[in-house]
Design a protein around this ligand. Structure first.
Ligand code: MN
Length: 518
């Protein structure tokens, strides 16, 4: 048997029932629509269940005859994507959109058809996913941060990101059907773009799954090494941890601490890899391959549980972390402590209440997560528009700490590509001329035409996020046209056009007959 992870230990059923967590193994299991409807029935209203069934029929009909690279019928993919979200007890409107997410891209059915059948809100989510599908990461390191921002900007709606994460998780489980190059690109993109965004939004569950599914495809050798290190470190810990957990439950009970669960959590392979790198491959410094996690009723119980642990076992110096009073930037809250536990062995404990736990697993997504009682965190009837605006602000605020940009950055910027895949960010409605001057003054001054997505366009065309822009240059061109000033949006283009026109004028003046002094 494996280690005492909640996914394989006896606490698992409790953990699943309690928070509807996402077990790794469901990703590979074959499922049918019935399985998903059962999941949705546990938290959705009967009307929602009907919508899910309708969406499945609609998508099944639309994808009829299509196959995936794996040889399976196409519908398996949206079904599994939606099933993942239903397992996480995510709002059924998001589950419905997940079922429909590849319909407009791959079939004859249009977004208008979806809107007619499922309404504007679902259609908007599907439109968002289709748009995001165009974004590709080609492994240019210095543009990573821009690409992450671009992803968030293009998604516009956090719900779209949640679906996209689930979509990507399923795609990662079927990578073996793809050619090596594509496999690597998708895995790398998941590791360097998707997982860090999930992390910053506090979606710990998605972050770990995205990372651990991508890891073997991006760093196969390191993956093998880390997996075997983890096996070694875990050997013989199972019965030991059982006794620690049992002891813990008894002590918490005796002390009158309201606890809901005590379970083991195994460190994910990719985060273990990151830690090993930080410690310079000194394995002896790694204490948290397994941690014991205690879920309690409220904040008071968190500190009470910490007291119980420290009364029993001596804590290691400098390893008590209070993320409750000082949450991590992504909202993560917990108490961590590492102690000399039974037989003097070093064990890490993590303590949190149920709300903190839900936030740690789902982050932003917990706004659409139903708990065991069938209630949403924020109450049932939400003013979507208002809440979305607030959450979006919250998200942007979280991403902001990594750059000095303003909160409204995402609303007013677009991101476009060079033909080489580099990302250039520009203000909304910027033109190919803005793009040209952004690259280099010479490119701007000699700009003679432009292609957007391989189509010739006029130079006053307004660019959109995701466009691939190619500038056609004419070395013999004398300089910019004064007309460009009417359509450009960036100050930099305006200044350079004016400067070039000025020298042009001086030059013209200089070469006027009579003035010629050669
Ligand atoms: Mn898809």
């Amino acid at each position: 048997m494996e280690c005492p992870d909640y996914r394989s230990c006896q606490d698992r059923d409790f953990a699943l029932k309690y928070i509807g967590m996402l077990p790794f193994e469901i990703l590979k299991k074959p499922i049918a629509i019935g399985d998903m409807v059962d999941k949705v029935k546990k938290y959705g209203r009967s009307h929602d269940v009907e919508m899910v069934e309708l969406a499945y029929e609609f998508a099944d009909e639309a994808h009829k005859g299509q196959m995936r690279k794996t040889g399976e019928p196409y519908i398996i993919h949206p079904l599994k994507t939606a099933h993942l979200l239903a397992t996480m007890r995510i709002d059924t409107s998001i589950v419905v959109a997940a079922l429909l997410h590849d319909v407009p891209e791959d079939t004859n059915v249009t977004l208008e058809d979806i809107e007619k059948n499922f309404g504007p809100d679902i259609a908007a989510m599907v439109r968002g996913i289709t748009k995001l599908g165009k974004l590709k990461y080609r492994g240019v390191k210095r543009y990573i941060e821009n690409l992450r921002k671009m992803f968030v900007a293009m998604a516009e709606d956090i719900r779209v990101m949640i679906i996209k994460f689930a979509d990507r998780v399923h795609n990662l489980t079927t990578l073996d059907a793809l050619p090596p190059k594509k496999r690597f690109r998708i895995a790398l993109e998941s590791l360097e773009i998707y997982a860090p965004i999930a992390n910053r939004l506090g979606m710990g569950e998605f972050k770990s799954i995205l990372e651990d599914l991508s890891f073997p495809h991006v760093h196969p050798r390191e993956y093998e090494q880390v997996a075997s290190i983890r096996e070694t470190l875990l050997t013989g810990t199972e019965s030991y941890l059982e006794s620690v957990k049992e002891n813990m439950r008894k002590e918490l009970k005796d002390a009158g601490v309201n606890f809901l669960d005590v379970h083991g959590r195994k460190k994910s392979l990719y985060s273990l890899y990151q830690k090993i790198l930080r410690k310079g491959w000194d394995i002896s410094q790694i204490y948290d391959v397994v941690a014991v996690r205690i879920i309690v009723k409220d904040i008071g119980d968190c500190y009470a549980a910490l007291g119980v642990i420290h009364k029993l076992w001596r804590p290691l110096k400098g390893r008590i972390k209070d993320y409750i009073s000082q949450p991590k930037p992504n909202g993560y809250q917990s108490l961590h402590t590492t102690v000399f536990c039974i037989q003097g062995r070093i064990v890490e404990f993590q303590i949190r209440d149920e709300a903190m736990h839900s936030t740690a697993e789902y982050g932003i997504a917990s706004h659409w997560h139903y708990d065991e009682r069938g209630g949403k965190k924020q109450g049932k009837d939400i003013l979507w528009a208002k809440e979305l605006a607030e959450i979006q602000k919250d998200v942007l605020g979280k991403l902001k700490d990594l750059d000095e940009l303003k909160i409204d950055f995402f609303k007013t910027r677009i991101f476009v590509f060079t033909p080489q895949g580099d990302v250039i960010d520009l203000p909304e409605d910027a033109t190919p001329v803005d793009f040209a001057y952004h690259i280099h003054t010479d490119v701007g001054n000699h700009c003679n035409g432009a292609k957007v997505n391989e189509q010739l366009v006029s130079l006053d065309t307004q660019l959109k996020s995701g466009d691939i822009v190619e500038i056609i240059m004419d070395k013999n061109r004398k300089g910019p046209s004064p007309d460009w000033l009417k359509s450009v949006k960036t100050q930099i283009a305006k200044n350079r056009i004016k400067a070039a026109l000025k020298t042009q004028k001086n030059w013209l003046h200089f070469i006027l007959p009579g003035d010629r002094k050669m």
